[in-house]
Design a protein around this ligand. Structure first.
Ligand code: SF4
Ligand code: SF3
Length: 550
């Protein structure tokens, strides 16, 4: 059986995974995910029309973002769980139909006759669902539509998927926004149009960027509202003696709940990957047993999880096929799933994780203490804005580089390490997301007390980067594109796509993107992006630095 997926950077041969995903997604799971996206479009066609008549339903809204999140790269590899989502999708679609029909009745209008994804009826077994999924895969549209159109449809969809993941993280903390759901439904409805125009697709791509900005702000409000404003914090990156749990992903709520449930149990909690910034949040760092950060970015997990002598909890994405030696002590929660791996449900009872940690040996002794500094969200940076602005005016800071985004396994990603090493001493590096693990343990020193490497946080804290850039532009009375600031972005999955669309929505130009350009961006679409935004691929650190710094 074959599949087609080109939604992430590591896609096979830079064109598409057809036999098996490099990520480990097989054709069966690929078809189920394609069907889930299709089903979600059907729900949104109805929910969008109901919303226009003033009716919404919280369960439908939430389901749609969860379903999109489940199809993000490295999230859900479990066919049985995807089957459950599909069964629920059919029920949600019926609920959305009733919502729309009731809304029509109240408004004295007759309901439109809708076809396509609104009429889908799920087959009863996985094989049947897989067959349905294959009929609605990207390949079915590729047979009918121009490659540019399909690529742009996917650009919009992938942006929505990334945005949905952030919206879900905010929602679990009780922060939701009806407009976010309304725009998501409208965008998914738009994606069902049979012959969309290129101009409309491009406009929707930017609109999804705008939506993502709103959602990242919502998530920043949720994270800092519940756990306090991040402040600069030293984080231990060497282990200490004792039993241990490693928490990976982006979900602060999961970490917060686990910290509560493990308090006084003699278990140390370590952050992994995108959880690193959590050490800067007052209501998380107050727990003494949140002892440090372990390991690097997601693609190193097989080696690092093998060596970690405790339990492991995956909260968002970037799970890889677990090795047998830790399969019994790794757990998933939220939208993440791997067949055969224990899943912690929405009640967030982490007892099995705690038991696995107690049964594992733990670290036998303390490792020599080593620390790194995190916690430079925009509120921390803007707290010393005067100092930063004075340093720029005095010529002590020549240039800012935002070097951030996702990490991945390819050799070409050494570019980001080499680039930061070659950034001259009178320049400041801002970073965010898991790409930072390529260089965040290097010593960059400081400029008059301002650290040369400022870690803004998770990928969603691109929101903070945007706030810092806007504040600097205000202070220097210029536009963001006129600042001595260059963006060197690495991408891997769909959250990075959402952030890229946000940057384009804001009119930010000259982004250098790597390690490779997205396979779904066709040459014609790339030309449009180059003309309007001067987006460009990375070349070599030497050449890029020379060009930027003149
Ligand atoms: Fe391939 Fe990436 Fe799709 Fe996985 S998510 S199947 S690696 S393109
Ligand atoms: Fe990393 Fe997966 Fe994208 Fe949040 S954790 S940035 S790759």
């Amino acid at each position: 059986m074959q599949m087609f997926c080109y939604q992430c950077e590591q896609t096979t041969n830079g064109s598409g995974c057809v036999d098996l995903g490099i990520c480990g997604k097989d054709p069966q799971v690929a078809a189920l995910q394609d069907l889930l996206v299709h089903a979600t479009k059907g729900i949104s066609m109805l929910a969008h029309r109901a919303a226009k008549l003033g009716k919404r339903d919280a369960a439908i809204d939430r389901f749609v973002i969860q379903a999109l999140f489940a199809t993000v790269t490295n999230v859900d590899f479990d066919a049985a769980r995807l089957q459950e989502h599909l069964t629920e999708a059919a029920a949600m679609r019926d609920r959305a139909r009733r919502l729309y029909e009731d809304a029509c009745k109240s408004a004295g209008k007759s309901a439109e006759t809708l076809n396509g994804p609104t009429t889908w009826q799920p087959k009863q077994d996985i094989d049947g669902l897989v067959g349905q999924g294959r009929l609605v895969a990207i390949t079915s549209r590729r047979a009918e539509l121009a490659e540019d159109i399909v690529g742009l449809q996917e650009l919009v969809l992938y942006g929505l998927k990334g945005t949905a993941a952030y919206a879900e993280h905010a929602a679990v903390l009780g922060h939701e926004d009806a407009e976010v759901y309304a725009i998501t439904h409208e965008a998914l409805d738009f994606l069902t149009k049979p012959q969309p125009a290129v101009a409309d697709l491009l406009a929707w791509a930017l609109k999804v960027g705008e939506l993502n900005l709103k959602v990242m702000a919502l998530l920043y409000g949720a994270n800092s509202g519940v756990y306090g404003v991040p402040t600069p914090t030293q984080v231990r990156i060497s282990h200490v003696k004792g039993k241990c749990i490693l928490v990976s992903g982006h979900d602060l709520h999961d970490l917060g709940e686990l910290l509560k449930q493990t308090e006084g149990k003699g278990i140390n909690i370590y952050t992994h990957g995108e959880m690193l910034p959590c050490h800067a949040y007052p209501e998380l760092k107050k727990y003494k047993h949140l002892v440090g950060n372990y390991g690097g970015a997601w693609q190193d997990q097989k080696r690092e999880f093998s060596q970690f002598p405790g339990a492991i909890l995956m909260t968002t994405n970037c799970i890889q096929k677990p090795k047998e030696d830790y399969k019994g002590r790794i757990f998933t929660t939220g939208m993440v799933a791997w067949p055969g791996v224990d899943h912690i449900g929405d009640n967030k009872d982490f007892t099995p994780v705690i038991e696995a940690a107690l049964a594992a040996p733990g670290f036998a002794e303390d490792e020599a203490e080593k620390n790194i500094l995190v916690g430079f969200g925009h509120q921390a940076i803007l707290g010393v804005a005067d100092k930063v602005i004075d340093a720029v005016k005095a010529g002590k800071i020549r240039h800012f580089f935002l070097v951030g985004g996702c990490d991945g396994a390819e050799l070409g990603r050494n570019y980001y390490t080499d680039f930061t090493k070659q950034v001259p001493d009178d320049c400041v590096i801002l970073t965010l997301a898991c790409g930072k693990f390529r260089f965040n343990k290097l010593d960059f020193g400081d400029i008059g007390g301002i650290p040369r490497l400022l870690d803004l946080g998770q990928c969603n804290d691109a929101y903070s980067a945007i706030q810092v850039a806007s504040a600097l532009a205000n202070a220097f009375n210029c536009g963001v594109n006129d600042l001595p600031l260059s963006l060197i972005v690495s991408w891997y999955e769909q959250k990075a796509v959402a952030i890229l669309l946000t940057l384009l929505h804001l009119g930010i130009k000259n982004v250098r993107l790597g390690p490779k350009l997205p396979a779904f961006v066709t040459p014609n679409v790339l030309n449009v992006l180059v003309e309007n935004f001067n987006i460009m691929p990375i070349s070599t650190p030497e050449a890029d630095l020379a060009k930027i710094l003149g």
